[in-house]
Design a protein around this ligand. Sequence first.
Ligand SMILES: C[S@@+](CC[C@H](N)C(=O)[O-])C[C@H]1O[C@@H](n2cnc3c(N)ncnc32)[C@H](O)[C@@H]1O
Length: 211
Amino acid sequence: MDPIHPLVQSYSDKFTTDPESLLGEVDRVTADHPKAHMISGKVQGTFLQMLSTLMKPRRILEIGTFTGYSALCLAKGLAEDGELHTIELREDDAASASRYFKVSDRAEQIILHLGNALEIIPELKEAWDLVFIDADKPGYIDYYKLVLPNLRQGGIILADNVLFHGEVLDEGRKGKNAMAIQAFNDFVQQDATVNHVLLTIRDGLMMIQKK
Ligand SMILES: C[S@@+](CC[C@H](N)C(=O)[O-])C[C@H]1O[C@@H](n2cnc3c(N)ncnc32)[C@H](O)[C@@H]1O
Protein backbone atom coordinates (compact mmCIF):
# COMPACT_ATOMS: atom_id res chain seq x y z
CA MET A 1 0.00 0.00 0.00
CA ASP A 2 1.19 3.47 -0.88
CA PRO A 3 0.64 5.66 2.22
CA ILE A 4 0.35 8.82 0.11
CA HIS A 5 -2.13 8.75 -2.76
CA PRO A 6 -0.18 8.52 -6.06
CA LEU A 7 -2.05 11.54 -7.42
CA VAL A 8 -0.98 13.58 -4.38
CA GLN A 9 2.61 12.38 -4.91
CA SER A 10 2.63 13.42 -8.55
CA TYR A 11 0.91 16.76 -7.78
CA SER A 12 3.52 17.43 -5.10
CA ASP A 13 6.25 16.53 -7.59
CA LYS A 14 4.79 18.87 -10.20
CA PHE A 15 4.71 21.82 -7.81
CA THR A 16 8.28 21.39 -6.56
CA THR A 17 11.32 23.13 -8.04
CA ASP A 18 13.19 21.01 -10.57
CA PRO A 19 16.56 19.83 -9.30
CA GLU A 20 19.82 21.21 -10.70
CA SER A 21 21.50 19.29 -13.53
CA LEU A 22 23.80 17.07 -11.40
CA LEU A 23 20.88 15.88 -9.26
CA GLY A 24 18.84 15.31 -12.42
CA GLU A 25 21.66 13.13 -13.75
CA VAL A 26 21.90 11.10 -10.51
CA ASP A 27 18.14 10.56 -10.65
CA ARG A 28 18.19 9.52 -14.33
CA VAL A 29 21.13 7.12 -13.99
CA THR A 30 19.80 5.62 -10.73
CA ALA A 31 16.50 4.83 -12.49
CA ASP A 32 18.29 1.78 -14.02
CA HIS A 33 19.45 0.55 -10.58
CA PRO A 34 17.59 -2.57 -9.34
CA LYS A 35 16.83 -0.68 -6.11
CA ALA A 36 16.02 2.64 -7.77
CA HIS A 37 13.05 3.20 -5.44
CA MET A 38 15.49 3.88 -2.57
CA ILE A 39 16.50 7.31 -3.89
CA SER A 40 15.10 10.32 -1.99
CA GLY A 41 14.07 12.00 -5.26
CA LYS A 42 12.89 15.50 -6.09
CA VAL A 43 10.34 16.33 -3.37
CA GLN A 44 12.19 14.87 -0.40
CA GLY A 45 15.53 16.03 -1.82
CA THR A 46 14.29 19.61 -2.11
CA PHE A 47 13.02 19.45 1.47
CA LEU A 48 16.43 18.18 2.68
CA GLN A 49 18.18 20.93 0.75
CA MET A 50 15.93 23.68 2.14
CA LEU A 51 16.23 22.46 5.72
CA SER A 52 20.00 22.29 5.42
CA THR A 53 20.15 25.75 3.84
CA LEU A 54 18.10 27.14 6.75
CA MET A 55 20.29 25.44 9.35
CA LYS A 56 23.70 26.10 7.71
CA PRO A 57 25.10 23.05 9.55
CA ARG A 58 28.82 22.60 10.28
CA ARG A 59 28.58 18.83 10.61
CA ILE A 60 26.12 16.59 8.79
CA LEU A 61 26.04 12.80 9.10
CA GLU A 62 24.20 10.66 6.56
CA ILE A 63 23.72 6.94 7.21
CA GLY A 64 23.00 5.25 3.85
CA THR A 65 24.51 7.07 0.85
CA PHE A 66 23.17 4.88 -1.99
CA THR A 67 24.02 6.79 -5.22
CA GLY A 68 24.49 10.11 -3.44
CA TYR A 69 21.28 12.03 -4.21
CA SER A 70 20.34 13.01 -0.64
CA ALA A 71 23.98 13.74 0.31
CA LEU A 72 24.24 16.22 -2.57
CA CYS A 73 20.99 17.89 -1.44
CA LEU A 74 22.07 18.09 2.22
CA ALA A 75 25.56 19.36 1.32
CA LYS A 76 24.07 22.42 -0.38
CA GLY A 77 23.33 24.03 2.98
CA LEU A 78 26.71 23.37 4.61
CA ALA A 79 28.47 26.24 6.34
CA GLU A 80 31.65 27.44 4.62
CA ASP A 81 33.82 25.34 6.95
CA GLY A 82 31.23 22.54 7.08
CA GLU A 83 31.60 18.83 6.31
CA LEU A 84 29.15 16.12 5.40
CA HIS A 85 30.08 12.56 6.35
CA THR A 86 28.12 9.89 4.53
CA ILE A 87 28.38 6.12 5.06
CA GLU A 88 27.63 3.38 2.51
CA LEU A 89 28.00 -0.37 2.91
CA ARG A 90 27.92 -1.38 -0.75
CA GLU A 91 31.03 -0.77 -2.80
CA ASP A 92 29.23 -0.29 -6.15
CA ASP A 93 26.85 2.33 -4.79
CA ALA A 94 29.66 4.12 -2.95
CA ALA A 95 31.65 4.20 -6.23
CA SER A 96 28.69 5.75 -8.09
CA ALA A 97 28.15 8.32 -5.35
CA SER A 98 31.85 9.15 -5.29
CA ARG A 99 31.83 9.98 -9.01
CA TYR A 100 29.01 12.50 -8.47
CA PHE A 101 30.56 13.98 -5.33
CA LYS A 102 33.81 14.64 -7.19
CA VAL A 103 32.08 16.91 -9.72
CA SER A 104 29.84 18.65 -7.17
CA ASP A 105 30.58 22.21 -6.06
CA ARG A 106 30.83 20.81 -2.50
CA ALA A 107 33.38 18.12 -3.47
CA GLU A 108 35.91 19.22 -0.83
CA GLN A 109 33.29 19.09 1.92
CA ILE A 110 31.79 15.62 1.31
CA ILE A 111 33.54 12.71 3.03
CA LEU A 112 32.38 9.28 1.93
CA HIS A 113 33.00 6.31 4.22
CA LEU A 114 32.75 2.78 2.82
CA GLY A 115 31.65 0.20 5.38
CA ASN A 116 29.17 -0.65 8.09
CA ALA A 117 27.70 2.45 9.76
CA LEU A 118 27.53 0.66 13.12
CA GLU A 119 31.33 0.41 13.07
CA ILE A 120 32.10 3.75 11.44
CA ILE A 121 29.86 6.10 13.48
CA PRO A 122 31.76 5.53 16.78
CA GLU A 123 35.02 6.45 14.99
CA LEU A 124 33.68 9.87 13.95
CA LYS A 125 34.42 12.24 16.81
CA GLU A 126 32.11 15.04 15.73
CA ALA A 127 29.27 17.09 17.21
CA TRP A 128 26.45 16.67 14.69
CA ASP A 129 24.08 19.45 13.70
CA LEU A 130 22.03 17.38 11.26
CA VAL A 131 21.77 13.59 10.87
CA PHE A 132 19.90 11.69 8.15
CA ILE A 133 19.16 8.04 9.00
CA ASP A 134 18.38 6.20 5.76
CA ALA A 135 20.03 2.75 5.90
CA ASP A 136 18.76 -0.71 6.92
CA LYS A 137 15.56 -0.43 8.97
CA PRO A 138 16.50 -2.94 11.72
CA GLY A 139 19.49 -0.68 12.46
CA TYR A 140 17.47 2.50 13.08
CA ILE A 141 17.29 2.29 16.89
CA ASP A 142 21.02 1.51 17.12
CA TYR A 143 21.87 4.43 14.82
CA TYR A 144 19.65 6.71 16.89
CA LYS A 145 21.30 5.62 20.14
CA LEU A 146 24.75 6.06 18.62
CA VAL A 147 24.21 9.57 17.25
CA LEU A 148 21.96 11.19 19.87
CA PRO A 149 24.70 11.75 22.50
CA ASN A 150 26.80 13.53 19.84
CA LEU A 151 23.93 15.61 18.46
CA ARG A 152 24.21 19.19 19.61
CA GLN A 153 21.32 20.72 21.55
CA GLY A 154 18.72 21.90 19.04
CA GLY A 155 20.24 19.60 16.40
CA ILE A 156 18.04 17.60 14.04
CA ILE A 157 17.78 13.91 13.19
CA LEU A 158 15.72 12.96 10.13
CA ALA A 159 14.74 9.32 9.75
CA ASP A 160 13.38 8.13 6.40
CA ASN A 161 10.67 5.56 5.56
CA VAL A 162 8.90 5.82 8.93
CA LEU A 163 5.58 4.91 7.26
CA PHE A 164 7.26 1.96 5.55
CA HIS A 165 4.95 1.82 2.52
CA GLY A 166 1.97 2.07 4.88
CA GLU A 167 2.79 -1.26 6.55
CA VAL A 168 3.10 0.40 9.99
CA LEU A 169 -0.61 1.28 9.79
CA ASP A 170 -1.48 -2.43 9.85
CA GLU A 171 -1.76 -3.64 13.46
CA GLY A 172 -1.00 -7.19 12.24
CA ARG A 173 2.25 -6.14 10.53
CA LYS A 174 4.68 -9.04 10.23
CA GLY A 175 7.50 -7.89 7.93
CA LYS A 176 10.92 -7.52 9.56
CA ASN A 177 11.38 -3.97 8.27
CA ALA A 178 7.89 -2.74 9.15
CA MET A 179 8.30 -4.15 12.67
CA ALA A 180 11.69 -2.46 13.00
CA ILE A 181 10.26 0.88 11.88
CA GLN A 182 7.34 0.54 14.31
CA ALA A 183 9.82 -0.19 17.12
CA PHE A 184 11.82 2.90 16.08
CA ASN A 185 8.74 5.14 16.02
CA ASP A 186 7.75 3.84 19.50
CA PHE A 187 11.30 4.40 20.75
CA VAL A 188 11.35 8.03 19.60
CA GLN A 189 7.83 8.57 20.97
CA GLN A 190 8.92 7.62 24.50
CA ASP A 191 12.15 9.67 24.41
CA ALA A 192 11.53 12.74 26.58
CA THR A 193 14.83 14.34 25.47
CA VAL A 194 13.49 15.19 22.00
CA ASN A 195 10.58 16.80 20.18
CA HIS A 196 9.47 15.09 17.00
CA VAL A 197 7.06 15.34 14.11
CA LEU A 198 6.16 12.67 11.57
CA LEU A 199 6.04 14.38 8.19
CA THR A 200 4.00 12.66 5.50
CA ILE A 201 6.57 13.36 2.80
CA ARG A 202 7.10 10.44 0.38
CA ASP A 203 7.40 7.32 2.61
CA GLY A 204 7.32 9.30 5.87
CA LEU A 205 10.09 11.39 7.39
CA MET A 206 10.49 11.63 11.18
CA MET A 207 12.00 14.98 12.14
CA ILE A 208 13.49 14.88 15.63
CA GLN A 209 14.96 17.82 17.54
CA LYS A 210 17.12 17.40 20.61
CA LYS A 211 15.83 19.58 23.48
C1 LIG B 1 17.49 3.87 1.17
S1 LIG B 1 19.12 3.73 0.60
C2 LIG B 1 19.75 5.38 0.85
C3 LIG B 1 19.17 6.37 -0.11
C4 LIG B 1 19.89 7.69 -0.14
N1 LIG B 1 19.98 8.28 1.18
C5 LIG B 1 19.17 8.62 -1.08
O1 LIG B 1 18.24 9.30 -0.64
O2 LIG B 1 19.48 8.62 -2.27
C6 LIG B 1 19.88 2.83 1.90
C7 LIG B 1 21.37 2.60 1.70
O3 LIG B 1 21.91 2.19 2.96
C8 LIG B 1 22.93 1.26 2.73
N2 LIG B 1 23.15 0.48 3.97
C9 LIG B 1 22.39 -0.53 4.47
N3 LIG B 1 22.88 -0.96 5.62
C10 LIG B 1 23.99 -0.21 5.89
C11 LIG B 1 24.93 -0.19 6.93
N4 LIG B 1 24.86 -1.05 7.98
N5 LIG B 1 25.93 0.71 6.88
C12 LIG B 1 26.03 1.58 5.83
N6 LIG B 1 25.15 1.61 4.81
C13 LIG B 1 24.14 0.72 4.82
C14 LIG B 1 22.41 0.43 1.57
O4 LIG B 1 23.47 -0.24 0.91
C15 LIG B 1 21.70 1.48 0.73
O5 LIG B 1 22.53 1.97 -0.31
